[in-house]
Ligand binder design. Sequence first.
Ligand SMILES: [Zn+2]
Ligand SMILES: [Zn+2]
Length: 257
Amino acid sequence: MRLTILGRSPASPNPGEACAGYLVDGGGARVLLDIGPGVVSQLVRQHHPDELDAIVVSHMHADHMLDLVTLRYVYPWRARPQEQRLRVVLPPGSADQLLDLARGVGNPRHFEDCFRLSEHDGSTAVVFGGLSLTPIATQHYIPCWGFRAEADGARLAYTADTAPGGGLDELADAADVLLSEATLRSLDEDAVAPEPRGHLLPAEAGAAARAGGSRRLVLTHLPANGDGEWARVQAAETFGADVDIAEPAQTYEVTAG
Ligand SMILES: [Zn+2]
Ligand SMILES: [Zn+2]
């Protein structure tokens, strides 16, 4: 299985970088996990969207899905035949939100004319050939699902956006690669109690990876000041081993341990 970083920015973009977008190739399938602002321009450097089996969206925050609007313009303006429409898998209950967004950009059929929209059910794996993606609910400000991607005996876990605990621990369990968000530079940037938290410090990502027995940790969705060394150092301390910072355009091999 291979993971390619198309964007690693948090909601506020790092200069010259896209927000969340991750290509997963495995089991004869290719899926794009999340499609935040700037991701389409990175995707089309290497692939036409028709080379994807599907796009899977973790949650409906703009930094994870807003470039669905842009992706529509890659296709001719007329409606595509049903069987040619690109599959887009959304979180449970969110298709109506996409319809609101379509109206907001001036065409209620903006998405339906060229995408096949569906929702996962929150727990059942979505399968594309030999690649399966199991949604795991995380603790975030709105409903959000990370994914455990499995193909060829290897396991890649993507945390999407998450606070410590809950689904994060399940995702970190025996992952060959844990692709974890590390959005916070300090806890002051997260919600304040009694509001529930929604993001991680790099050190918390490292601790979760260690507790779950993840073999490799790649940090993403982080404000990259320079090379992100600050985050790497913090996470390596709690993980107890070297940590990678997701590099735009870089590909990571995910092999079974
Ligand atoms: Zn979010
Ligand atoms: Zn986010």
